[in-house]
Design a protein. Structure first.
Length: 445
């Protein structure tokens, strides 16, 4: 078992973590080639929610069925983040956990071939949520354990780009597949790609000479940023009721209410995202948009998102964090409302055109702006001695907000229509922008 590296629970950026990693002369070259093992798995994981939702609709499921399946997926992700975090701390076997995760994703993907009922698809989707989340934390730790400290920033940037390219190629695969072949057979390349990543990980991931605890992720801003981008939940400890009270009691004091305003806006953001994202595919499917065209919408959104992250991310701390987050929220909220109007008055190719324009604004430009700024603000708000409890509160709120939003989305869309669903999401996001703009301190660092 690799030796543990104890870390004092103090937030710092890369420049202050002096002497934490020492590699021998023979290991001075970059070891980041193993990061290419995540390319195939992201081609499988990236389109999975699109695949599952369309497949449920082809099985004659309703938007309520989509909502329940998504709720189960999001609900499972909360304990999964806790369980795999504990496993990472206890076993210190990064490669083994990654290989097990990718292999389990391959097996689960393959089983979709034999799932011909809504209930069986729901179960597999929940299993997929559990096993796919296992690799998020070990991958982050591996980057820091196998690279020199001076190369952490570039290594995380390269890893992020490889992952984004994988998701983009996965969406492109869906576009092409939808033109020529039945949707359910898409499970075959998903399984093959995941198995390929498992094999590549087993061969390419080196055994680290040093083993960090998970707390190191919270100490390094770039690792924190990338970890939450993969899975927006990281539990260093299970939050208690007193931890929630500390956040929400701060609203009474002018100078300490920022955590309350920040976390409240984040809750509204993820709540609205759960509502919107759960009903978007059913709305397009009902409007007569083909499977290939649905994947095309998400492909364009992913391309714009990747470009936006690479433009906004490196510059976010040179700008007003509060202003950047607020602008992103306003743009996202307005895009949601306009998509709602489009769903109400347009069908077919007109709704497709509207979605190709507005969805990339919401999920690409607006999301990148808000995500980049808000995660820096969360990092800055974690504090010195209570980052574990504060991060637990953040993660619990994100998970619960997304799950509840998914749950109510199907019922709202079924009984009140997609316009109401999307307009409600937009109003919630704009209200989140108002809360963000009320923060006292513009927390640039």
């Amino acid at each position: 078992m690799p030796p543990k590296v104890s870390s004092h629970p103090v937030l710092a950026d890369e420049s202050s973590l002096v002497g934490m990693v020492r590699l021998s002369q023979n290991e001075s070259h970059s070891k980041s080639n193993w990061a290419y093992s995540v390319l195939p798995i992201n081609m499988a994981i990236g389109p999975i929610s699109t695949f599952v939702q369309i497949y449920l609709l082809e099985l004659h499921g309703s938007v309520i069925d989509i909502g329940l399946a998504t709720t189960l997926f999001n609900g499972i992700s909360i304990p999964a983040a806790m369980i795999w975090g504990i496993a990472t701390d206890r076993f210190h076997r990064r490669k083994a956990i990654v290989v097990i995760s990718y292999s389990a994703v391959a097996a689960t993907s393959f089983l979709f071939l034999f799932s011909k009922t809504i209930e069986s698809v729901d179960v597999l989707y929940a299993v997929f949520s559990f096993v796919s989340s296992a690799a998020a934390t070990p991958i982050n730790l591996l980057i820091m354990e196998t690279e020199k400290k001076s190369k952490w920033t570039s290594a995380f940037a390269a890893f992020s780009m490889i992952s984004s390219v994988g998701v983009t190629l996965g969406m492109l695969l869906g576009v092409v597949w939808g033109v020529f072949l039945p949707l359910y057979l898409l499970a075959i390349p998903f399984a093959i790609l995941s198995a390929q990543s498992a094999l590549m990980a087993a061969v390419m991931i080196p055994e680290a000479h040093i083993g960090f605890e998970r707390e190191i992720i919270v100490m390094v801003k770039r690792s924190f940023y990338e970890r939450l981008r993969v899975l927006p939940m990281l539990f260093l400890k299970v939050p208690r009721a007193v931890d929630f009270r500390k956040v929400f009691n701060s609203v009474r004091f002018e100078l300490t209410r920022d955590p309350f305003l920040l976390y409240s806006s984040i809750v509204l953001f993820y709540f609205a995202a759960g509502i919107f994202n759960t009903s978007l595919i059913p709305s397009m499917y009902q409007a007569g948009i083909t499977n290939s065209q649905i994947f095309l919408v998400f492909l364009v959104g992913m391309i714009i998102q990747t470009v936006s992250f690479n433009f906004v991310g490196p510059r976010v701390e040179k700008r007003s964090l509060k202003g950047t987050a607020t602008r992103g929220l306003v743009l996202r909220g307005l895009s949601y409302v306009l998509i709602g109007l489009s769903a109400y008055v347009l069908t077919g190719v007109l709704y497709l055109g509207s979605s190709l324009l507005l969805y990339p604004l919401a999920a690409g430009i607006a999301y990148a702006e808000y995500y980049a700024a808000s995660n820096v603000m969360v990092f800055n708000n974690l504090g010195v001695s209570h980052q574990g409890s504060m991060l637990g509160v953040y993660s619990a709120l994100v998970g619960l907000a997304t799950m509840v939003g998914s749950f109510i989305s199907g019922f709202v869309s079924f009984y009140l229509g997609y316009f109401v669903t999307f307009a409600m999401s937009g109003v919630l996001v704009i209200f989140a922008a108002v809360l963000t703009s009320m923060m006292v301190v513009d927390q640039n660092s």
